[in-house]
Design a protein around this ligand. Structure first.
Ligand SMILES: Nc1ncnc2c1ncn2[C@@H]1O[C@H](COP(=O)(O)OP(=O)(O)O)[C@@H](O)[C@H]1O
Ligand SMILES: [Mg+2]
Length: 259
């Protein structure tokens, strides 16, 4: 049976969306059937990144109980010339929808959790997907916690930024441990200094010391990624780029770990 992966972080801008999209594309490249869902209702991004202006239904509607999940999913398999399959579900990026989602109460969030959990049978079982990938909001808001609770594996995107490190450590102890989630770290935006002693191994040792959870991957800060301004899905369009190679390794590790 397929598995659910939630990509989460303490702070914003740590690379969750970049990682979710490129990990999804990497799995598809490896022949897998994937569904990628934008659960960042505060700052929806996938509609822009995937250049999709309209959806028959948004994920907001599915969680509100006014639309079936089949109407939310958009089949992007044709865009990707591989054996795999890619479906996406988008968060509504309109200002009104963002405000509406921020105002939901606990009771609504409980029902939304039920609907997220129901995706395990409707998508993973019935559609035979290999992975369902959740791109989430940063921090401890209810919708992110729902995503974490529903997941089989939580990938925490983090940086060496001091406030991010402290917050991530706290989340590892207080959130993921609490729900007994399998949690891996992806360290992003690492600046390797060729002239200093701070190389790859030092980074790995430091992560293990600081977080005490497995390190799934280390992604350097790539100027090409910044320069692309979100216009390039590296896993697909630049398969020889070092970032794409790192994603291949991450995807293989996940296959071996959660299978
Ligand atoms: N390794 C990296 N090198 C260069 N730019 C990066 C890297 N990772 C992320 N970025 C850039 O940082 C910004 C925030 O990334 P994003 O994926 O939107 O973060 P989040 O979804 O966690 O808020 C984006 O402009 C993205 O392209
Ligand atoms: Mg994001």
């Amino acid at each position: 049976m397929g598995k659910i992966i939630a990509v989460h972080s303490y702070k914003g801008g740590t690379g969750k969306t970049l990682l979710s999209v490129n990990l999804a594309a990497t799995f598809v490249k490896h022949g897998k059937k994937i569904c990628l869902l934008d659960l960042d209702f505060r700052a929806p991004s996938l509609s822009t990144i995937l250049k999709i202006k309209k959806a028959e239904c948004w994920l907001n509607d599915y969680l509100n109980g006014t639309c079936k999940i089949d109407k939310v999913l958009i089949d992007l398999s044709d865009r990707i010339h591989n054996d795999g399959k890619l479906f996406v579900g988008l968060a509504n990026p309109s200002t009104e929808a963002i405000r509406d989602m921020s105002a939901k109460d606990r009771k609504w969030e409980m029902r939304a959790l039920g609907r997220l959990l129901a995706l395990r049978s409707s998508l993973l079982n019935d559609k035979g997907l290999d992975y369902l990938i959740f791109d989430t909001s940063p921090g401890l808001q209810y919708s992110s916690i729902n995503a974490v609770v529903s997941a089989d594996l939580v990938i925490v995107a983090t940086t060496f930024d001091m406030s991010d490190v402290d917050g991530t450590k706290r989340m590892l102890r207080e959130l993921y441990d609490l729900f007994e989630k399998k949690t891996d770290i992806v360290l992003n935006k690492v600046l390797y200094d060729v002239s200093s002693k701070f190389g790859k191994e030092e980074v790995q040792t430091k992560v293990k010391d600081v977080y005490q959870v497995p390190l799934l991957g280390v992604i350097p800060c790539f100027c090409e990624i910044s320069r692309a301004e979100g216009n390039i899905i590296f896993a697909q369009e630049r398969p020889d780029h070092p970032f794409a190679k790192i994603l291949d390794e991450i995807a293989n590790k996940i296959d071996n770990d959660v299978a």
